[in-house]
Design a protein around this ligand. Structure first.
Ligand code: ASP
Length: 352
């Protein structure tokens, strides 16, 4: 029997849906010299790719979505569209799904898909490239072929990001390079697999296929905001940000979750927002580590104002999680409690 996760010996009977949503990978240069998505360009380039004719590949079915986007244009309504297409692919018999997507907001989409897709039967691998597939020298070929093989591997079922050598849990990722082929990091969780000559899986990290049926949560028209604290931020600025109809705030704080504590008005604005039913989540601006609001008085003041800890959530995952939870019509206290729980492998449980 084939090693359940040996992607170097792929099984051509496995079926992988390849969903093209846009991004550099399928872009071509326009008359102005700037890259932009063009319908049909990726399919044409793929048809010329010898690797894709190789009989050892899984059975790949390409679907180009209606509106191809630079991922800077992706909005929550698109997350829903992508989630529905992924679910449809599994219902149609795919064993895994590869989503081609721009890298700019890939970490947000990967996080959103992880929370929207409940009960995944197989893997969903988001990939793209820093250089388009049509260019002579491009990272797209390896990213695409490796992602197809990873998505065809059995016995794992979660949303992941693959770019330039590391298979990362999607809801742990953040884009860290504008130009490196290894554009993503997963600062608080090791890669699910190191991909080099061999594919070295960290099996203990992999999330298994769900027993229950796949269901897709619905996003509602809810306003959430992310705000990065900066020295000199005023209560007035914060008050303006938190006006109706905003229902949730991801507050990107300093260090282990600290904010200015000598500005009573600023803290009062936060306390008032929580009193009005907003959910305010504290994540750190640091790449590595976790929010601990009890460490400093400057952090404790936030906890006293009703701000909830995002632990080691990335800002991207916190925003997507908050939006998905608020869309479910739960009471703010229930959303706040769920923000503190690990739902999709996005946060490390706090020590008891
Ligand atoms: N602007 C592009 C996008 O995110 C960049 C990329 O794909 O790498 O769609």
């Amino acid at each position: 029997m084939t090693d359940a996760t040996d992607v170097t010996r792929p099984d051509p009977r496995r079926r992988v849906a390849l969903l093209h949503t846009g991004g550099t990978v399928g872009m071509v240069r326009g008359d102005d010299g700037a890259y932009a998505p063009r319908p049909g360009a990726l399919a044409q380039a793929l048809a010329r790719l010898p690797e894709l004719q190789d009989p050892r590949l899984p059975d790949v079915r390409l679907e180009e979505l209606d509106t191809l986007l630079d991922s800077s244009d992706v909005r929550p309504v698109d997350w829903q569209r992508f989630a529905d297409r992924v679910a449809a692919a599994f219902h149609d018999g795919a064993h895994g799904v590869v989503v081609l997507h721009g890298t700019d907001t890939m970490a947000y989409t990967a996080s959103a898909l992880a929370f929207l897709l409940d009960g995944l039967p197989g893997p969903v691998v988001l990939t793209g490239s820093q250089v388009p597939l049509v260019e002579l020298r491009s990272d797209a070929r390896d990213n695409l072929i490796t992602s197809l093989l990873l998505a065809a591997a059995p016995d794992w079922a979660e949303v992941a990001v693959y770019l330039g050598g590391g298979l990362l849990r999607g809801c742990r990722t953040t884009k860290v390079s504008t130009h490196g082929f290894d554009a993503f990091a997963s600062p608080n969780l090791p890669p699910l697999a190191d991909v080099g000559v061999d594919v070295a899986w960290r099996r203990e990290l992999l999330r298994p296929p769900a027993r229950e049926a796949l269901r897709v949560h619905r996003l509602a028209d809810v306003d959430v905001v992310a705000l990065r604290l900066f020295p000199g931020i005023t209560a007035e600025t914060l008050r303006n940000v938190l006006r109706d109809p905003v229902r949730g705030l991801v507050l990107e704080t300093y260090g282990s979750g600290n904010a200015p504590s000598r500005d009573p008005e600023l803290l009062a604005v936060l306390r008032d927002a929580v009193g009005r039913g907003l959910v305010v989540v504290n994540v750190t601006q640091c790449l590595r580590g976790s929010v601990r609001m009890g460490t400093y008085a400057a952090g404790r003041a936030l906890a006293d104002a009703g701000v909830v800890s995002g632990g080691d959530l990335t800002a991207e995952a916190a925003l997507a999680k908050l939006l998905v939870l608020l869309s479910q019509g739960l009471a703010p206290s229930a959303v706040a409690a769920a923000m503190g729980r690990d739902l999709a492998g996005e946060r490390t449980p706090e020590p008891a």
